[in-house]
Design a protein around this ligand. Structure first.
Ligand code: GCB
Length: 626
């Protein structure tokens, strides 16, 4: 919602750090070009046997990238990735991981050490680990996510690099890991980039580091690295899709079975290393918020020389639109929801644990939600596993947020990569019904083209779900109040339109909603993907006084009747479940670097607006399914 004007000084600072980072990236790219591509991305990683590399990692804060460049800014052959130790008669070694402070992984660095609170730059991580090689095995180091760019070395050899702060990646370390003692060094750089996804401005904290789990995974030489198994939209007695076997042997067979349904399908791997699956089932108990039934699914890939097995917990349902309706298992549904940032309750920082997820989703359930918008990037996989278990429908999105460089093909490539990684990790989750490709992006020809490409890609990668985006809305003043027009050309490419509005906060008074009319120029379902107002928990006063709980509650009281006057509204996600850290929110004592639009404070205090929305959701007094 906020303009992106930069002051001259700030722009200069950003450009300086940007060019340093670009040099780092290109130096790393050229110096290690032969080992930089990493294409494997293992799915269902939480069901694979793995050795966790979580815990304490030694760290070196490196704002000048000294670990990589010499004094003339040339790439050093003996950077920190060598993990060298001073020898009695050797040259000077001016770093030592072994005696450097540790940080916990998973975890952002900002909230673990006060001197790193505002840090944006390069930070090096190192961990020793033991390994015993097994025959006929490929070995990967799996990173749940690292923000924003990562460069990885094992035993001094560069094994991969990755860009994107919220999606997983794997480094193939086969042949690089050895029997006995090994070490891994990771340089993580969270410098914001003009050509990054997201770009320079975001209304959330740029938490850096190895923010999710890291593990060492052995797989057979032929291994299952991707699959898509879903209920047919036209036949609820059929599960269809594919299993991909990497490096599949000729004649490799794949078996998918669901013991509880007494169902088994066998197929041979064909073109593109994929086995097409068609699994007839009888009386599947369809997944829904009222019945979040998950089945154990076994997937086996067998050849003469190798065998790989995976197990998953999956629900089966269909999601589609009919006119302005959203149909879950063929029946119209209204999405009663709230948006959630991956901000950890109570301790702040990036959320990663089961406990974080339980707390956040516990509040969402208590609010009466059957749906959550996971803003503004893919959350930890624990979140989407939990929404599957709890029966909470999900909108999941990539950080195509605000003013990306829409005319830059390199940026488009980054968005595509993140979309692909998000869909690949989470396409086995029945709870996810919506992939969102953007939030509040400025309408230009370049952006329309870019995001249409993204919407089409989402549909190609996953034709079984709905594609959406949170759009800005045009406002016209009328004699009676205001008129909101939804005619963004991107709407053509979407299945469901998300619309964000802040009547009562950034525009008008709360009562402005009473006289606002809506003109939606598409015959498609609409979700009010954001609305809300800020309040400091415990700050009370008249409902006319900004920042009070009463004011925030008043905004909600006026929003709900307005929603009920939008015939094609099929969902609402209030902004936002819990207060979250944002450097944009500097007002002392009221904000203190938190966006205070939470219905719950970061310390778990429910504000008055929580109860207003809870009552409306529990009484089913907001919106209607058809
Ligand atoms: C928005 C953005 C969201 C912000 C919110 C706000 O429209 O999508 O990321 O945090 O407004 O609080 O201004």
């Amino acid at each position: 919602m906020i303009g992106t004007m930069l002051t001259g000084r700030l722009r200069k600072t950003l450009l300086t750090s940007l060019s340093a980072t670009l040099m780092l990236a290109s130096a790393l790219g050229t110096a290690h070009a032969q080992t930089t591509s990493n294409t494997t991305l293992l799915v269902d990683i939480d069901h694979r046997p793995a050795t966790s590399l979580d815990g304490d990692w030694h760290t070196i804060v490196d704002p000048y990238s000294t670990g990589l460049f010499n004094f003339h800014h040339e790439v050093k052959p003996d950077g920190y990735f060598m993990n060298a130790k001073q020898q009695p008669n050797g040259g000077p070694i001016e770093y030592n991981f072994a005696i450097s402070p540790t940080l916990k992984v998973p975890g952002d660095w900002n909230t673990q050490r006060s001197d790193l609170f505002y840090y944006e730059g390069v930070l090096w991580y190192e961990k020793d680990f033991k390994y015993s090689p097994k025959p006929n095995t490929r070995t990967f180091i799996h990173f749940g996510a690292a923000n924003y760019r990562s460069y990885v070395w094992v035993n001094t050899k560069k094994v991969c690099q990755h860009e994107g702060g919220f999606t997983p990646f794997d480094c193939d370390v086969t042949g690089v890991v050895k029997d006995g003692d090994n070490f891994v060094v990771v340089a993580v750089d969270n410098t914001r980039l003009a050509d990054g996804v997201p770009t320079l401005q975001t209304d959330w904290w740029n938490y850096g580091g190895l923010t999710r789990d890291v593990s060492l995974v052995d797989v057979p030489e032929q291994f299952i690295d991707d699959y898509d198994l879903h209920l047919s939209r036209t036949n609820h007695d059929l599960i269809e899709g594919y299993v991909h076997v990497e490096n599949a042997a000729h004649g490799e067979t794949v078996t998918v079975s669901i013991p509880e349904l007494n169902a088994t399908a066998r197929a041979t791997v064909g073109t593109g290393d994929r086995a097409a699956i068609s699994l007839p089932v009888k009386s599947v108990s369809l997944w829904s918020p009222e019945n979040p039934k998950l089945y154990k699914v076994n997937i086996d890939a067998d050849s003469e020389s190798s065998s790989d097995k995976l197990e998953d917990d999956m629900g089966f349902r269909t999601i589609e639109t009919r006119g302005t309706q959203i149909l879950l298992n063929g029946k119209p549904i209204f999405l009663r929801g709230v948006a959630i940032h991956a901000e950890a309750p109570y301790r702040t920082g990036r959320a990663y644990s089961e406990k974080d997820v339980d707390t956040l989703l516990g509040w969402a359930k208590d609010l009466g939600c059957n749906y959550v918008r996971l803003a503004h990037y893919p959350h930890d996989q624990r979140m989407t596993r939990a929404t599957d278990r709890l029966g909470i429908l999900v909108w999941s999105e990539i950080p195509d947020y605000w003013a990306l460089q829409f005319d830059n093909p390199a940026v488009l490539a980054k968005s595509k990569q993140q979309l692909g990684e998000m869909i690949r990790r989470d396409r086995d989750k029945a709870s996810i019904i919506l992939w969102s490709v953007a939030n509040e992006t400025p309408v230009t020809d370049a952006r329309n083209k870019y995001l249409t490409t993204m919407a089409n890609l989402a549909r190609t990668l996953d034709p079984t779900r709905l594609v959406t985006a949170a759009l800005l809305v045009r406002t016209q003043k009328t004699a009676a109040g205001s008129h909101k027009v939804v005619d963004d050309p991107l709407g053509q490419a979407l299945d469901v339109l998300g619309t964000n509005e802040y009547i009562g906060w950034y525009e008008q008074k709360p009562a402005g909603a009473d006289t606002t009319t809506w003109d939606i120029r598409y015959q498609k379902p609409v979700i009010m993907s954001e609305f809300g107002a800020a309040a400091r928990a415990g700050h009370h006063g008249p409902a006319t006084e900004r920042w009070t709980e009463e004011y925030q509650a008043d905004v909600y009281k006026h929003q709900i009747p307005m929603f009920n006057r939008i015939p094609q509204l099929r969902g609402t996600s209030a902004w936002v479940l819990m207060d979250f850290r944002s450097p944009m929110r500097t007002l002392p004592s009221l904000q203190d670097n938190f966006n205070r639009k939470g219905l719950v404070s970061d310390q778990g205090d429910k504000k008055q607006a929580f109860y207003v929305l809870q009552k409306a959701y529990k009484d089913k007094a907001v919106g209607k399914p058809d």
